[in-house]
Structures are given as structure tokens and as C-alpha cells.
Ligand binder design. Sequence first.
Ligand SMILES: Nc1ncnc2c1ncn2[C@@H]1O[C@H](COP(=O)(O)OP(=O)(O)OP(=O)(O)O)[C@@H](O)[C@H]1O
Ligand SMILES: [Mg+2]
Length: 459
Amino acid sequence: MNKLHCKNRELINDLFSEARDSWDVDILYKNLTKIKQIGAVRKVEFTAIEKTILRGLLCGYSPQQIAAKIYWTSGSLSVELTKGLYRYIETLTERDSNTLKNWRDIAKWLEEAGYKKLKSHQDLSEKPDIYSFYGRENELQQLEQWIVEQQYRLVLLSGLTGIGKTTIAAKLVQKINPKFDYVIWRNIGQYFSFSTLINSLLEVFIGDRETDLPVTVNQKIFLLMKYLFAYRCLVILDGLEVIFEVDNSASFHQENYINYSQFFRIIAEQHHQSCLVVTSQEEPIDFLLLHNNKCKSLTIGSLGEASSGILRQEGLPNCVSWSKIIKRYCGNPLILKMICAIIKEIFGGNVTEFLEQNTELDVILPTAFTEKLERQFKRLSTSEKNIMFSLAMAQKPLTFNQIQQEVKPTVHFSELTQALIFLKKRSLIEVNSLLNKSVFTLQPLVMKYVFVEYQKKDK
Ligand SMILES: Nc1ncnc2c1ncn2[C@@H]1O[C@H](COP(=O)(O)OP(=O)(O)OP(=O)(O)O)[C@@H](O)[C@H]1O
Ligand SMILES: [Mg+2]
């Protein structure tokens, strides 16, 4: 008998549980309990059966249908509603007594009172699917803390091409998207200009409503900020580096760059409840000025030992040399994938044989990778290129003074300082400390590329 009673209670608790998807039922229960308590001499609860009836009504079931589900007669449910739930909801929604007569009004009145959850809107059509994901636990935890707990407004993920910025951002979206009202992913490279990109963001909020979009960039940003203020939104802008590309229409890119830069400043400084995540091979220099308590950047480095997941996935036979390969290719997932293909094609999957041929100074750089680096290298100023050549020729870390002596023609202090900042922001050089002095060296994969470039220059 007791068992049956428990089973019935479980069934009642599970009934109409889909109401939770659209309604803040726990807050409703709490507030309705307080109302039921008014004027009661002893402590009263909002009972399990009352909760079930409420959930049923919120899901759109009529009292007759609910009565059938809970094995009550329609008459007794009607008495229960008229004496209890209808009256509590009048009080909760601040209506006059005995004005709630129709069960359909319950959902309507509670929606008007703000108990209905905002439907999550997602536009992730431009987000790449991730089929496998290894490591990066610390980075994901850090990002979640910044974005969800500390509510940073602007977060930049930077790092060398292929290191996994887009992949981390996609994983992050998967993990934290339920915390947001709107989640939107945009690939900057797919938009002709800043203005068209902002239009596409505004369209998500405006939807089918026939509203004209504002004309000027400032008006567009102003309208977008209103939405970012009203809703908690997560917006990902992937691949910012395209706006730094140099081509024949340099002035167009310059204008684009100013717009993005102004937009980031507004996002970081203006009050709102949303977060913009930007991925880029290069950290825009203006970000240095925005580093306040609402703006952060994270440099994505080697995937480390977790890269073995990629080698396994690519079908390389397990061997002790795996960690050597990972180290030599700086835990760069894109390069490791490409190297796996080479090892399989040329060396029949034999990692040891590949490593015997492939010395530390003679790393293979797959074409797709060098093409990406080439685009970045082209954008460097002459003195930045000269610094890179000097570091490549030295083949070891150099101090600030040593670089100044090596670079020809000579670069002055301020020019060298600025160039080193730019190179670091582009993930092309690494800065370490040796005997209490800063030493600079090329990122190992970049070293090989620059070396080859230098030889071409000499010819
Ligand atoms: N943590 C990871 N686990 C598994 N695969 C990964 C991981 N990170 C990156 N990859 C794979 O490595 C490749 C490059 O990653 P991704 O495109 O994210 O790099 P990126 O830093 O965004 O490069 P780019 O600057 O060129 O846009 C992809 O094929 C991706 O699937
Ligand atoms: Mg990317």
C-alpha cells in the first residue's frame, strides 16, 4: 500500500514536466507558497498535486484532461481550482479577487507577469561542427569563469594559425549556450564590410518584423547595443585577422578596421549584459588600451600531450616517439593533422623513420600552413621583417640589445619596442626570461618559414 502510494507520488511529480522548458516553475512554486501562507495559522506548503495541476495548465491542458491524468473527477478539480490556484494567481499577478474564471487565463496572466522563460535564440549556421575535441580543460574553465561567472563583456582568443582558436570557441558555445538568451556565430571573412556584418546581427533580433535597418554605422551600433543590454547574448566573431589583410583597397580595410575598433571599445566600456568573443591570429593593438576589468584576452598555445588524441584519431600506430613529434610541431593541431597525413603517405605510418629523416632544424611546414603564414608575413613592416630575419639567423633567443645590434639597417629604441609588441601580438615571436633579462625568439614553426624567406631574399 505504502509502495503504491510512493509510486503514485512519483508519477504525479513527473507529470507535465515539460512545463519547466518554458516556465520558471521553481520561482512560481516559491511565490505561490508565500501567497498560500498569507492568513494561514500554521505553516502550509504548495502541495505536489497543486504543482502538477499548475504545470498541466501551463502546458495547455484543460482541467478535464488534467483530472483524467491524476484520477480525479472534473468536479473535484474544479472545486480545488476555484478555492485555491485561481485565487493565488489573482493575488500573485495583482488582479482583483474572483476575476479569474477561465483556466486559459492562468498561462496568459503569468506570462504577462514575467514567469515565462525567454526562448533561446540561436544562429549558429556559420559555426563549424566539431567532431573530436581533446584537452583544453584549463582554457575552457578559464573562459567559462570569465564569461559566465565574472560577466566579461569582451574576450579575445588569439594564437598562431591552426592552434585551435575556432575549435575552442565552438566547444565553449556548446558548453555555455544555455546561459544565454541569444547565441550568434559570425565568420568575419564572410562579410564584405563591418556594416554588413552588423546588419546580419541586427536581423537576428529584428526577425521577420518589417523594420528598416538604420543607415549609418553609428546608428547600427547604437541599436545593437540596445539588444545587448536588454538580453544576455553571446556573440562570437571568428577570424578577425582578415581585416588586417593588405590588398589593393587598403583604404577600405583601414575604414573597416576603425569601425571594428570603435565597436570593441563600446562593447568593453558601455554597460550591457552580453559578451562578445573574438578569435584572431593577431591581437589588435587597441586591445591593450581596453584591458580593464570587463575585457580579457587569452593566448592559445600548444595543445601539449592532449595532441596524442589527434595522432590516434589520424590512425598513427602508438609509439614512444609521439611526444617528440608533438614537441617538434609545437602541439599545433592543424600541423599535426597534416604531418600525420605525410607520415602515412610517405613513411607507411612509421613515426620513428619519419623522425630519423626529419631533424629539429628541418621541420616540414605543410603548404596550407605556409600560405597562411605568408599572408601574415606580407603585412609586416620592413623593420618588423628585418627583426624576424635577424632572429631566424641567430637560431637562438636574443636580448633587446642584441637585436638592436643585429638588425640592419639600425632600428631605434621606440621603433624596436613597438615592432616587438606587434610581433608578439601576432604570435610570431615568444618572449622569455633568461638571467633576469627578456629574451626574444621566433616561434619554432615560424623560424623555419622565415629562414626560407631569408634565403629567397638573398637570391
Ligand atoms: N582541441 C582540439 N582537439 C581536436 N582537434 C583540434 C583541437 N583544436 C584544433 N583542432 C583541429 O585542428 C584544426 C585547426 O583548428 P582551428 O581551425 O580551430 O584553428 P584556428 O586557430 O582557428 O586556425 P586559424 O587561425 O587558421 O583560423 C582543425 O581541423 C581542428 O579540428
Ligand atoms: Mg580559426
